[in-house]
Design a protein around this ligand. Structure first.
Ligand code: SAM
Length: 456
């Protein structure tokens, strides 16, 4: 197995004796955008020296700027079913937490998607608890089909990422055929004894089955997979090394590692008492984790959700986060009835989508609704080689500007439109390739005349 507790503990122990000279060499390598091995990551995790930490944050900001520019990709979660047969200590959906459970009908899905579309969203993360009877794979496939079939007055959902329980190769193949974007699954914790302790019962209790889910997803043809751990369950340094080893395993076996890494931190949830968790991660440590992962896997997108406060989101975006959710609810049917309270956990950023976009622009960032890569077949190693060649900015930056223009025209009020227009005009001049710069300028005119969904 590619995860071994003793091995990770040994790495962390050994890394305590890394010399200043070794750490400087590791940081020099990271600064050259070369990524890091798990050994090197261990050394950075164990350093507490102020000068090293300052340099880690500085390089993380530099990598973010160099590879992702000032773009930030927007998405929203869509919870379709809260039935769950698992008993996970930390989760509001655990089966012994009594509340009226439900799954959305296809009509209710359409209602939710209409609201999401009105917020301007183009990219969803479909979320569900695990229940083979109430929420079988055919139901999930129906949800995705329903979402993709919807063409609304101004727009449509163009990419559905899926975060559902570990499943079989056959089911992954069905998801692939349905045209999903990324398959997301959080390992929760890589530490097997903790994993078994917090997953009290249900199919999710099987550590190895959960850990090998991406191998089955790859076998089923899904080449964009998104990992993550739930920070707060176990030693965060152990978890980061778990992520790195998992990523290296995928790279070795399938030629491509994580497309994204999500960074969820444990939040208060109805039915889950946070005081029972000894490893809650404080803000400073959390920033260090984000920055080190940014150094280690510079081309892997990093995601945070509304679990984080606006202030934390602002700081984390500067040091590595490339995707954020906006205007989210984490309840089944929650967009249609925001007052319901059967959430999986409590969110910390409840501003509406336009306010979040406006705030991002005030921060000098370009909110992007781009879904072009996956629609152009730039997935898996094809995406990674584009990213590594440095050409990504000739594609992503123009697409970000065009999707922001589309959002501004379709959903923005007057003050938003003015702000976005100024930003777009300023950002167009930064496109180095003259042909692409002209194409974007032309496409923006075409969109102002009513055309939509223009991308490269
Ligand atoms: N049922 C699927 C599974 O088992 O992986 C989908 C998971 S759920 C819809 C999405 C994620 O929410 C979980 O993987 C977990 O990490 C996270 N989550 C659960 N309880 C949480 C809490 N109290 N605070 C923060 N995140 C939580």
């Amino acid at each position: 197995m590619f995860i071994n507790n003793e091995y990770i503990e040994g790495l962390l122990e050994e890394a305590k004796s890394s010399t200043d000279q070794e750490i400087t060499a590791i940081l020099d390598k990271a600064e050259a955008y070369q990524g890091l091995t798990h050994h090197e990551v261990a050394s950075l995790l164990m350093t507490e020296k102020k000068e090293h930490l300052e340099r880690i944050f500085h390089i993380a900001g530099k990598i973010k700027e160099h590879i992702y520019g000032n773009r930030i990709v927007m998405f929203a979660p869509l919870y379709v079913s809260d039935y769950c047969v698992n008993r996970c200590k930390y989760c509001g959906y655990k089966c012994d937490h009594k509340f009226p459970r439900r799954r959305l009908t296809m009509d209710e899905i359409r209602e939710e998607v209409k609201i999401l579309e009105k917020m301007g969203h183009k990219r969803l993360a479909l979320e569900a608890g695990e229940d083979p009877v109430h929420c079988p794979i055919d139901y999930i496939l129906d949800c995705i089909r329903t979402i993709y079939e919807m063409k609304l007055e101004k727009g449509e959902i163009r990419r559905v990422n899926v975060n559902i329980a570990a499943t079989t190769v056959e089911n992954y193949r069905k998801l692939k055929e349905m045209g999903i974007g990324t398959y997301i699954l959080f390992q929760e914790t890589y530490h097997q004894p903790t994993y078994e302790e917090v997953h009290l019962s249900g199919p999710k209790k099987d550590y190895e089955y959960h850990l090998t889910a991406f191998d089955r997803a790859m076998a089923g043809g899904i080449d964009d997979v998104g990992g993550g751990v739930l920070f707060g369950l176990y030693d965060p340094y152990f978890e980061v090394l778990g992520l790195m080893l998992h990523n290296e395993h995928l790279e070795k076996e399938y030629g491509v590692g994580f497309h994204t890494i999500s960074m969820p931190r444990l939040c208060q949830a109805a039915g889950a008492d946070l005081s029972a968790f000894k490893y809650l991660v404080d803000d400073e440590t959390f920033k260090k984790l984000v920055a080190i992962i940014r150094l280690a896997v510079p081309f892997t997108g990093m995601i945070i959700s509304t679990r984080e406060t606006p202030q934390m989101r602002k700081e984390l975006i500067k040091i590595g986060i490339s995707q954020v959710s906006a205007g989210s609810t984490v309840e089944v049917g929650g967009y249609s009835a925001r007052e319901q309270s059967w959430a999986q956990f409590q969110v910390a950023d409840d501003r509406n989508a336009m306010d979040i976009l406006s705030w991002l622009m005030d921060e000098g960032l370009v909110p992007s609704f781009c879904t072009a890569c996956y629609r152009k077949g730039r997935t898996g190693d094809r995406f990674m080689s584009l990213a590594k060649s440095g050409n990504i900015k000739n594609v992503c930056h123009p697409n970000a500007l065009m999707t922001l223009c589309e959002y501004m025209l379709d959903y923005g009020d007057a003050s938003f439109q003015e702000k976005a227009e100024n930003l777009i005009q300023k950002e167009i001049t930064k496109i180095e390739n003259e042909k692409i710069r002209q194409l974007v300028a032309d496409n923006i005119v075409r969109m102002k005349h009513g055309e939509r969904d223009l991308f490269i």
